[in-house]
Design a protein. Structure first.
Length: 86
């Protein structure tokens, strides 16, 4: 079993968390974990977007020419969805 701890938050925040937990029928910890997961994912994609925006045209061309970056699936292959269970 994992250990638990107490954190101090304002009553307003606790009430917001509790309302979300009740609405979603999950424990408070799940609400907090989901919020953190979503925040981390937004941060990740913001960094990806910023890195992409910073690429020069030459960098983009190098990525486009790199065959290891591209998918190896032929989009014209109708069996792809059946073969991969899509």
């Amino acid at each position: 079993m994992s250990t638990v701890t107490t954190i101090k938050v304002s009553r307003e925040l606790r009430d917001r968390l509790a309302a979300r937990a009740q609405r979603d029928r999950v424990p408070l910890g799940v609400v907090i974990a989901r919020a953190l997961d979503e925040s981390e994912e937004r941060s990740f994609w913001s960094a990806v977007t910023a890195e992409h925006a910073a690429l020069s045209e030459a960098d983009r061309a190098a990525y486009a020419a790199d065959s290891t970056v591209r998918d190896s699936i032929d989009p014209a292959d109708d069996a792809v969805s059946v073969r991969n269970g899509w």
